[in-house]
Design a protein around this ligand. Structure first.
Ligand code: RIB
Ligand code: CA
Length: 318
């Protein structure tokens, strides 16, 4: 049976590929896409989600906008990585995407789906956790309708936005704390895992060889993403963080997980937003989070290239 999934995202180059992967693969039932402020402002991440769906022929998946700022603390964007539009690289037209914006807003859409879907739903947040936390606060009685939360964020090691904190968690540490302590099963794909899947020139060439307008758009996205990761971090190829979440749902054998206690630092002067991952059980805290530690990169890229092929050939989502 396909896994019923709601993506909560801040497109964002890597979020865009997660949308493609979830829409293309038959083992995922993509129920909805909700957007959150993160890589860019909410208006831009929401427009980008609609642009990706429109360009890939993804129809019938409601897209709703969520929170435009964190529960606490300042707003931040990642313009140095994703550009002024949040999805720099391809030349999107100025016309409105033909995928509409669902007027309900993210939390109402989440509520409606969780109330009506016959089975619990997997949430896949790949941006700041503001929407998910706000939903859990607003509808605690629906938490049991969430099967699990498979998120991109944090790290077992260093951060990428401060030395200690990864971007998604740092954008809204209080929201992340609520999610990790929610009691729902959480699977965390942190930078320690996502840096194992870098979009090398060989991978980009495989996508280019598909020879479709969608594959060309994906090459433009990856080319831009590579330029900013080279400039900002000195990487030889950009890590495509977010699609590891859906790739894990498609084929759990691609990722090695360990169970560990994960605590979000809220007060540290220099460490706010860090995910403190107790890999060796020294804190006595319950090891209740699944943490990704190793990834089969080739298996991951096979899924990505196939998703672009399926959607680009006009085969479209199932
Ligand atoms: O730190 C990487 C994460 O932050 C990714 O999800 C990227 O899209 C940004 O949201
Ligand atoms: Ca993201």
């Amino acid at each position: 049976m396909p896994v019923p999934v709601i993506l909560d995202c801040d497109p964002g180059h890597d979020d865009a590929f997660n949308i493609l992967l979830a829409a293309a693969h038959p083992s995922i039932e993509l129920l909805a896409i909700t957007t959150v402020a993160g890589n860019q402002t909410l208006a831009k991440t929401t427009l980008n989600a609609r642009r990706v769906c429109s360009a890939a022929g993804i129809r019938g998946v409601p897209v709703a906008a969520g929170r435009d700022r964190p529960l606490h603390g300042p707003r931040r964007v990642a313009e140095d990585i994703h550009g002024g539009s949040g999805l720099d690289g391809p030349r999107f037209g100025q016309e409105e995407p033909d995928v509409p914006l669902d007027p309900r807003g993210a939390l109402t859409l989440l509520r409606d789906i969780l109330l009506t879907h016959p089975t619990p739903v997997t949430l896949v947040p790949t941006g700041p956790l503001t929407n998910v936390a706000a939903f859990l606060l607003a509808y605690p009685e629906l938490a049991g309708r969430i099967e699990r939360i498979v998120l991109m964020g944090g790290s077992t090691g260093r951060g990428n936005t401060t030395p200690a904190a990864e971007f998604n968690i740092l954008c809204d540490p209080e929201a992340a704390d609520i999610v990790f302590r929610s009691g729902r099963p959480v699977t965390m794909f942190g930078l320690n895992a996502t840096h194992q899947v870098r979009a090398t020139p060989e991978v980009v060439a495989r996508i280019a060889a598909l020879g479709t307008p969608l594959s060309a758009l994906c090459v433009d996205l990856l080319t831009y993403f590579a330029s900013t990761y080279r400039e900002v971090f000195g990487f030889d190829a950009p890590p495509l963080h977010d699609p590891l979440t859906v790739a894990h749902l498609i084929d759990p054998s691609l990722t090695e997980l360990v169970r560990a206690a994960v605590t979000v630092e809220l007060a540290g002067t220099y460490t706010r937003g860090a995910t403190v991952v107790d890999l060796h059980g020294v804190t006595g805290r319950p090891a209740d989070t699944e943490v990704a530690v190793h990834v089969d990169a080739e298996g991951f890229w096979r899924l990505i290239v196939e998703a672009v092929r399926v959607l680009g050939d006009g085969a479209g989502p199932r």
